[in-house]
Ligand binder design. Sequence first.
Ligand code: UDP
Ligand code: UDP
Length: 459
Amino acid sequence: MCEHAVHVALLPNAGMGHLIPFLRLADLLVRHSCRVTLITTKSTVSLAESELLSRFESSFPQINRVDFDLLPFDPTTANSNDPFWLRWESVRRSAHLLIPVLSSISPPLSAFVYGMTLISPMIPVTEALCLQSYILFTSSARMFSFYSYFPSVADGATSASDVLEIPGISPVPTTSIPPLLLVPNSLFAKIFTEDGRKLRKLNGVLVNTFEELEAESIEALKLRDGLPPVFALGPFMPCEFEKLKSNDGDADSPLKWLNGQPQDSVVYVCFGSRTAMKREQIREMGDGLLKSGCRFLWVVKVKIVDSEEEEELEKVVGEELMNGLKEKGLVVKTWVDQKAILDHPSIGGFVSHCGWNSVSEAAWYGVRVLAWPQHGDQKINAEVVERSGLGMWQKDWGWGGEQMVKGEEIGKANKKIMSTESLKNSALCVKEAARKAVSVGGSCEINFERLIEEWKDKD
Ligand code: UDP
Ligand code: UDP
C-alpha cells in the first residue's frame, strides 16, 4: 500500500442491517487500495454481529480494528425498548469520547464514515478534528429523500394530505411514513428529526443504490438545495467473509436442501435480522405456504435479538402444522446465509420485509420479491421494489402486525409471484442492470472514483 493511501475510519450502527453494508463498504475500499480502520463497540447487541465481525477480522488482517468504549448507559433514560435503538442512543451519548481515539489513529484519517443514526453527536467531533464527515445511509435513496425532507414536515411547512409531495420524486403516501415517526416522543422520532436537520453539515452521504434501480430519487437528490453530495455506490456486493462455515454439513443445511429442488421452484421467506413475527401470524404464514402448493424455505423469527431465541421451532409453529410443512419445504429458526440462498438456482421468489439490504441482494441475484413491509423504512423501500419491476407489493396487508393476514391470501400471493412470467423477467432485468453498475465504467465505479478523488484532494 502506498504511503499516501486514502485512510478511512468506519463506525457502523448496531444491527446486522447496518453492519453488513458497512463491512461490504470496507471490502470495496480495500479493493480500491484504501486503508481502513473499523471502529466498533466492544460488545454487540446480537450474536450474529459478533460472529460476522470475527469472520471479517480473519479475512482482513490488514484492517485496523479499534474498540469504542461506551459510557455507562441507563436504558430507562431513553424512550424505547428496542435493544438496537438503545445501543444507538448509548453510542450517541459517548460520541465525544471518540475525539482522542480518532486523533491518535495513524496515519491520519482522510475521512470518517459513520452510521446514519449518529449525525448530531458526530458533527462536533469531526469539526473539532477538522475531519471530513460522511454517513453511510443504509436504506434506499428514496428513503433518503424522505428523511432529508421530513424536518420541514415536522416543522409544519406542509399541509396534511394523503400524500407527501417531495421535490423530484413520486409522492410518498402518508401510510408509508414509518409509524414511529408519528409518535412524537419516541426515541426513533427524536433521532430522526434531530439528525435530519443537520445533514447540510456533512461532506457527503453514501448510499447503497444504483441509477437503474432508483434513477428518479438519485436525480432528485442532485437537484435539491441544502443537501451534501450523495454518492450512489451500489449495489454493494455480498462478500466471501460473510459465508457461514459451521452449518455446511448440517442435515438441515438450507443449501444442501436447496440442491435437491428443481430450478426456480422455491419461495424463500425471511424478514431480516430483527423482525419478530407474532405467533398467530406465523401460523397463518405456515398455512399460506402449504396452501400455495409451492416449495419453500422459511426462516422463522420470534425475538428481536437472536440470543433470546430459545423456544423450539415445533412449539412456535405448532407440531401438526410443522409435520405438514416438512413435506413440501424446509423451516428453520437460525441465521441462514441469505446471499447464498438467493444465489441458488432453485430459488424463484422471495417473500421479504424489504429491509434495504434484502432488496439490494434480491436485485443483485435477480430474485423476484413479494414485498410485505413490517415497519420503519420498509414501505418506502417496497415502493422501489414495485416501481423498478423487482417485485410486487401486497399493499392491503398493511404494516406487520396491523392486521392478521390469512393463510388463504398468503398462499394466493405466493402462487402469483412464482407463476408470473413478466415479473420473473423484469427481476432479471434489474439483475442485469445491477451487474452493469459494478462493471468497469459502471456507475458504482465512477461514483466511487469521484469520492476517492475528493478524499485525496482534501488529504
Ligand atoms: N440475513 C442473513 N441471514 C438471516 C437473516 C438476515 O444473511 O437469517 C442478512 C440479509 O442477507 C441482509 C441482512 O441480514 O443482508 C438484513 O438486512 P435488511 O436490511 O434486509 O433487514 P434488517 O435486518 O435490517 O431488518
Ligand atoms: N432511519 C433513518 N434515520 C434514523 C433512524 C432510522 O433514516 O435516524 C431510517 C432508516 O432507513 C432505517 C429505518 O429508518 O433503516 C427504520 O429503522 P428500523 O426500525 O427498520 O431499524 P433497522 O432495521 O434499520 O435497524
